[in-house]
Design a protein. Structure first.
Length: 206
């Protein structure tokens, strides 16, 4: 790993993360409580506390290209355990949005799954499991992964063949539209709009 040159961090990156999350990353004292409670640490390249340190040091490239952002399940255990009341999950959420907006690859399968989930949601106003599976398999070429689960899900009626269309699907589509417009404005201004992270759910938390 390349050594970090102290004092040469990207100050704009720190400002963007702090503005987007409304958190002060300098409050982190590196106690490690967030990492100790994180259920996904086993899969991370940088742990939650390491990510906080990297943000403090303005390491835009390292943070936005890391795998951990895409393995985080947004359980907020880190936030709950922080003695300095930093919303760590929100900081990571902001970084994830930035990584997505700025075109960092992330974990490919994660990204494909999120996109496969959002497309039917936008069209029908609610999730369409068979559509999600089909889109994901088409893009990922994982044709046979988890196929054994399909008969069980069919028997339990968890896999309807046709999508249900929500009554308010136009309102849902409008949320996507507004989100994209804000993303575009934020990208043009290079400053994240905090409302992106409050209203999108990206779930739009991916
Ligand atoms: S929100 Fe993410 S980083 Fe925080 S504890 Fe949960 S999985 Fe770990
Ligand atoms: S728990 Fe809070 S103070 Fe401790 S390392 Fe994590 S973010 Fe920093």
């Amino acid at each position: 790993m390349e050594p970090i040159q102290l004092g040469r961090g990207d100050a704009a990156f720190i400002r963007e993360v702090e503005a987007g999350s409304r958190q002060s990353v300098n409050k982190c004292c590196q106690c490690g409580n967030c990492t100790a409670g994180c259920p996904m640490s086993f899969s991370y390249d940088y742990t939650a506390s390491q990510l906080m340190r990297l943000v403090q040091l303005g390491q835009r490239e390292r943070v936005l290209s890391c795998r951990a952002l895409w393995m985080c399940v947004t359980c907020e255990a880190c936030t709950t355990r922080c003695p300095n009341e930093i919303d760590v999950a929100r900081v990571l959420d902001v970084c994830r949005h930035m990584a997505r907006r700025e075109g960092y690859a992330g974990v490919r399968a994660q990204r494909l799954f999120v996109n496969s989930f959002l497309l039917p949601l936008r069209r029908f106003g609610r999730s369409y499991e068979l559509g999600v599976m089909g889109l994901f398999k088409l893009q990922s070429f994982k044709w046979f992964a988890d196929l054994a689960l399909a008969p069980v899900m069919l028997l339990k009626r968890k896999l309807p063949f046709l999508p249900h269309r929500a009554k308010n699907r136009r309102e849902v589509a409008d949320i996507f539209k507004r989100f994209e417009e804000r993303q575009l404005r934020a990208l043009q201004a290079r400053t994240p709009d905090p409302e992106d992270f409050e209203n999108s759910g990206e779930e739009v938390r991916p």
